[in-house]
Design a protein. Sequence first.
Length: 87
Amino acid sequence: MEDVFLPIIIVGMLFIGLPWLIFHYITQWKRSGGLTIEDENLLDELHETARRLDDRLATIERIIAADDPTFRAGQPVERNPDRRQAN
């Protein structure tokens, strides 16, 4: 008798439980849709911060280029030139 119940339970879980679980989470995913107002505001704020940081970096590169003619914009500035020789 126990040999009959186990396959019935397994088949029930595969054909009823698993699709129900999948469709449940698909429905939850579709219901959430897209970005909330808070998410959009946060993205706008992050975009503005990134733009300001980019402007600051460009200003710093211009200042460094004016002080050091060998400076190339876009290349990392090496802070300790002796460090490369020690390795």
